[in-house]
Design a protein around this ligand. Structure first.
Ligand SMILES: [Zn+2]
Length: 499
């Protein structure tokens, strides 16, 4: 049921995608103007819609009946229906978590890219969890990204952007998928429940969101399990059968008692939890999460969204508790919890790891803490700087042309022969922050696409323009020496055209 529910409500067109408004608008505009990129990198945490967006984009690009100036796929043509069913010949989905060998990448991507699409407009490769590729696989992929065939689009998706080599990332149009807003997730869960004619209590929706930690796919899966109970109304009582009871208040209470060096209260709480059927390993993990949350909230004065989803009551509890808990003490508690966590595997007693945490933490606390520690008034903390969602800034051709000579100047000084190459090169187009350089001689093109040189020029140019700017070099024997750009380049570099 949970899987069918997830598939049933998976967005099939842009209008169905919740959240990620900036990214969706950009993609729609690209489709309308016919200027989709050759390589995309979708980064973001679990369940933020990366693969869903990739599939809808693939569908729109290859849709047989999508009219010019429109962005939505029709959903009816052979290409659309095949992508929905996951059997399109021209849209190839790979999960790098299971395809890490360089040979697979070569076979599936490099070899396949050379072949023209079988039936549809483009061959589209969606590579999920792309950070799992080996270094040699990335190198193989990089070769295709450097000179993507006109009929190929790569959509790379990752939860770990920092593991993507800069050379690969810089050749892709990057989109950062933000965690979905609480309201967006609530709205989607309610829409699904309404479509299934089931009433779900607000408190149950809250619990689903808290348990799923903000991942939409997990939230939908949990809702699916609840709907499978076939109740007309899902109340807290009905949900209790499936959703683990929250131990939020107990974790806060435990940490407070521990900080007060109240060993008796801590031992008693652990015993009570065990008797009430609470899994102590899960409680241990919840304590670890809570201590981390308290440390972050204490330092920032807010409950950042990346920590997870909290009800208003939980937010108040977190912010209230941080006032009495010094960050250094929480840090030591976290270290203790991490260290003792592994003991569950080796020791039969379910109590011992937590008992050791209690004993060690209280032992380490100063015998007589100054009384003001507990009544300490909170220090006003400045809110953290707002993090703007990443977006792709489009740099105009004018700006790029202005900075281009500056970007190559230092390298030309080191390698004067490069000046000659550039003198016979012209910027003939700029699309989506990618420069098209036309060169008169094939050997000049070879020189310009040398990876080391290209990376260096692109890095400098990107720095000057304040956005990632790349270039491709195209051989154009008809590029005339009287081209104004060539003339300007000649002036800049003092070269001459060898006719
Ligand atoms: Zn279609």
């Amino acid at each position: 049921m949970s899987h069918t529910l997830y598939r049933k409500y998976r967005p099939q067109q842009f209008a169905d995608i919740h959240g990620q408004v900036g990214i969706i608008t950009t993609l729609k505009n690209q489709l309308v103007s016919g200027r989709t990129a050759h390589a995309y990198l979708f980064a973001g945490t679990r369940g933020t819609g990366k693969t869903t967006t990739a599939r809808v984009l693939a569908k729109a690009v290859n849709c047989h009946t999508r009219a010019a100036g429109m962005f939505e796929p029709c959903g009816q043509c052979p290409s659309c229906t095949d992508i929905t069913a996951g059997r399109s010949i021209d849209v190839i989905e790979l999960d790098a978590a299971t395809h890490t060998g360089v040979d697979t990448v070569r076979e599936e991507i490099i070899e396949n890219s050379r072949v023209l699409p079988t039936r549809d407009r483009c061959k589209i490769f969606i590579i999920d969890e792309v950070h799992m590729l080996s270094t040699s696989s990335f190198n193989a992929l990089l070769k295709s990204l450097e000179e993507p065939p006109a009929h190929v689009i790569y959509i790379l998706a990752t939860t770990e952007l920092h593991k993507i080599p800069a050379t690969v990332a810089s050749r892709c149009q990057r989109f950062i998928f933000q965690p979905l807003a609480l309201s967006v997730m609530q709205e989607k869960l309610r829409a699904i429940a309404a479509a299934e004619n089931v009433t779900v209590a607000d408190s149950v929706v809250q619990k689903i969101l808290a348990v799923s930690g903000g991942a939409m796919r997990d939230a939908e899966s949990l809702l699916g399990q609840l709907l499978a109970l076939h109740a007309d109304t899902i109340t807290d009582e009905v949900a209790a059968a499936l959703l683990p009871p929250s131990s939020f208040s107990e974790t806060i209470e435990f940490i407070n008692r521990l900080h007060a060096s109240d060993a008796v209260a801590c031992f008693t709480l652990v015993a009570e939890l065990f008797e009430s059927g609470t899994d102590l390993v899960a409680f241990h993990d919840a304590l670890l999460r809570r201590a981390h949350e308290l440390m972050v909230c204490g330092a920032t004065g807010v409950v950042p969204r990346y920590l997870g989803i909290f009800s208003d009551d939980e937010t108040q509890q977190l912010l209230g508790a941080t006032r009495a808990l010094p960050a250094a003490w929480l840090g030591r508690l976290i270290a203790q919890l991490v260290e003792k966590r592994s003991l569950y595997k080796t020791i039969a007693s379910p109590f011992l790891p937590l008992h050791l945490v209690i004993a060690t933490t209280i032992e380490a606390a100063p015998a007589q803490r100054p009384p003001e520690t507990k009544q300490q008034t909170p220090t006003p903390v400045a809110p953290p700087p707002r993090v703007e969602p990443n977006s792709v800034t489009t740099i105009s051709r004018e700006i790029i042309e202005r900075f281009w000579p500056q970007a190559v100047q230092a390298i030309v000084t080191e390698q004067p022969s490069l000046g000659i190459v550039l003198a016979a090169t012209a910027i003939t187009d700029v699309r989506d922050n990618q420069i098209v350089l036309s060169v008169r001689f094939p050997m000049h093109r070879e020189r310009l696409i040398d990876l080391k040189l290209k990376t260096r020029i692109e890095a400098r140019l990107s720095e000057l323009c304040g956005a990632t700017v790349t270039y491709v070099a195209e051989y154009d024997p008809d590029l005339m020496s009287h081209d104004p750009n060539v003339a300007a380049a000649l002036d800049t570099f003092g070269g001459r055209v060898v006719a």
